[in-house]
Design a protein around this ligand. Structure first.
Ligand code: DGY
Length: 322
């Protein structure tokens, strides 16, 4: 009798996913609701055939070596995979996978939520009411920004960027986008205009970031870019924190170089850049863009299917190895 393969899951995910895996393999889940340290990760992956990991787990050559040569597949429970050293895994014959497609609606809806909440000063006004400071209706209380018919700039026209554009059309927003590729069909559908980065910065009333984190997109928005934006502009980031130079953003917000920011992600999560949390014109939430029940289940289904496929000798649906 052959022994069952062993799968480690680095943090609690929907029980349906664990059950699906348990039908095939021995499965162990990190019992604590916290990210594993690097040493713990190396220790827990030792001898495993597969793992489900999170964006907080750095999977590089050292971790893969600690796991051992039997490790076949690491399935990230995320669409982003900047926590993976792709070359190190490929050299060791380890398949890496992600969960594309199933987070687009949740993430795009969350992007619009951040945009609306920042523009209409929802976090500030909520705190004001809770603190018992509201004295009654007044015409000039918490006057925010118009959203309808304003220009939405999209940096990075992947699945999520496109989804945001479609939702923004419901507010009659004019769409401009910067991307390496021009998409004539998308332009015909949404009326969007392809622009260069400088035009995107100059013309956007709301600028939303949907680029992956790569060496080329690290600090895609820094001090110079913030200075190039309108003083009335709002920056939205639900991609990856290091795409924005957060210290420069704090300075720009303090100096009134832009009007506000809605942030789901941060450079050094869970820490925030000094001064950021004290600013009234930012909305900050803890990396929850994809946090809906259907999305979490769907992410689990993809990760589990990828592991089942690889350990049964089949090609996985969403491999990210080069
Ligand atoms: C992702 O999937 O990359 C998100 O950031 C977390 O769900």
């Amino acid at each position: 009798m052959t022994s069952r393969k062993s799968v480690y899951v680095t943090r609690a995910i929907p029980s349906e996913t664990i059950e699906e895996l348990r039908a095939h393999f021995d499965v162990e889940v990190n019992p604590e609701d916290r990210a594993l340290s690097r040493d713990e990760l190396k220790e827990r992956l030792r001898g495993r055939d597969a793992a489900i990991t999170l964006l907080t787990d750095t999977i590089d050559g050292e971790v893969l070596d600690a796991a051992g040569p039997q490790l076949r597949v690491v399935a990230n429970y995320a669409v982003g995979f900047n926590n993976f050293d792709l070359a190190a895994a490929t050299r060791r014959g380890v398949v890496l996978t992600n969960t594309p497609g199933v987070l687009d609606d949740a993430t795009a809806t969350h992007t619009m939520t951040l945009l609306l909440a920042t523009a209409r000063r929802i976090a500030e006004s909520d705190a004001f009411v809770r603190q018992g400071r509201w004295q009654g209706w007044a015409p000039m209380t918490f006057v925010g920004l118009d959203v309808d018919r304003q220009t939405l700039g999209i940096a990075g026209l992947g699945r999520i960027g496109r989804n945001v554009a479609r939702k923004a059309r419901g507010f009659d927003m004019n769409i401009i986008y910067a991307d390496m590729h021009r998409d004539a069909d998308f332009e015909a559908e949404t009326g969007a205009r392809h622009v260069d980065k400088q035009t995107l910065l100059r013309e956007s009333d709301f600028l939303t970031l949907h680029v992956p984190l790569l060496p080329e997109t690290h600090h895609y928005i820094g001090a110079d870019e913030l200075r190039a934006m309108k003083k009335t502009a709002v920056l939205i980031n639900a991609s990856r924190g290091p795409v924005v130079d957060e210290a420069a953003l704090v300075e720009a917000l303090k100096a009134g170089e832009i009007w506000g920011a809605g942030l789901d992600v941060f450079e050094d999560e869970p820490a925030l850049a000094p001064g950021l949390a004290e600013l009234p014109n930012v909305v900050v939430v803890p990396h929850i863009a994809s946090a809906t029940p259907q999305t979490r289940l769907a992410m689990g289904r993809i990760a589990a299917t990828n592991i089942i496929d690889v350990l049964h000798g089949r090609a996985p649906g969403t491999c990210v190895n080069p």
